[in-house]
Design a protein around this ligand. Structure first.
Ligand SMILES: [Zn+2]
Ligand SMILES: [Zn+2]
Length: 287
């Protein structure tokens, strides 16, 4: 079990360091000219001028507080650390002080269980697509930064969130947290494999708070073997996961764990077998 207090303390210290206007001016100046590994260091005097501080003692004090955590001294001056750029991007992406004006979204898609029109919502940073006519479909819900709505229609935003989720699922399944790069743990919920209203697989980050659950097929939509076999029988793999032809999953062996997923498409049937890591053991198509 994680010790929450020891985990929280460094976090509190890191956030507390930002609680001063001069420090934020210093970071702002450093992040303005950031070009990844090619970032040119800003010399001391130039950084002090950009931060609009005239007293060098005061400037030194605040720069000293940021050093190590958010600012690194290198030959020729100062550069922001990876923590500074990550935090900056998180703030830009989520625009914490700005309300989202799109809470209800138009979805051009139908419920896979009852064919009713689906309803899109955006609340607490989650973009969700649900069926209001039945409770047989699990729905779709994934974190989506507010930035994702800029220059996108409702449909485009939903499509972007779906694509984002698909890529994150692929990364998480491969053993890497899409947010912090730490290792992940895959948990197959054996009781839920055959159900449509519960996630059959849950993947959790071993370090940060990332957790995601889904049907098995959603985790496999970027697997090259799965893509080529589904395309071979004429299935468009780019459509929403819930718009794919009906699929069924069943446990075929417990030790070693093997799950079979069957997808039917107009006379053809694709059969996949995956193991406990969701690695594809075999893919077949029959006509
Ligand atoms: Zn429905
Ligand atoms: Zn993580």
């Amino acid at each position: 079990m994680r010790d929450d207090r020891t985990e929280r303390q460094p976090m509190q210290e890191a956030f507390a360091l930002l609680g001063h206007e001069i420090r934020l001016n210093i970071l702002g100046a450093l992040l303005n000219d950031w070009v990844a590994a090619y970032t040119e260091p800003i010399p001391y005097a130039e950084l002090m001028a950009s931060a609009e501080v005239e007293d060098s003692g005061k400037f030194n004090y605040h720069l000293g507080k940021l050093r190590g955590v958010y600012v690194q001294q290198v030959d020729g001056g100062y550069v922001p650390t990876a923590a500074a750029t990550a935090l900056y991007r998180a703030v830009i992406a989520h625009k914490p002080r700005q309300e989202s004006n799109r809470t209800r979204l138009d979805v051009d898609s139908e419920c896979p269980c009852c064919t009713a029109s689906l309803v899109g919502t955006y609340q607490r940073g989650f973009l969700s697509v649900d069926c209001k006519s039945c409770d047989r479909w699990i729905g779709f819900s994934y974190p989506f930064p507010k930035n994702g709505f800029i220059n996108r229609t409702d449909d485009e935003a939903i499509s972007a969130a779906h694509k984002r989720c698909k890529h994150h699922l692929e990364l998480a399944r491969s053993g890497q947290c899409p947010f912090c790069a730490a290792t992940t743990t895959i948990e197959v919920q054996e009781d839920a494999i055959t159900e449509d209203d519960e996630p059959a697989v849950v993947v959790e980050c071993d370090s940060c708070s990332f957790i995601v659950g889904s049907r098995i097929l959603f985790f496999l939509l970027l697997d090259s073997q799965v893509i080529s076999m589904l395309s071979y029988v004429g299935i468009d793999v780019k459509q929403y996961e819930w718009e794919l032809p009906e699929s069924t999953a069943c446990l075929i062996s417990q030790d070693p764990l093997r799950i079979r997923v069957e997808i039917e498409a107009e006379g053809d049937e694709v059969t996949l077998v995956v193991d406990e890591s969701l690695d594809v053991c075999s893919v077949d198509a029959s006509c």
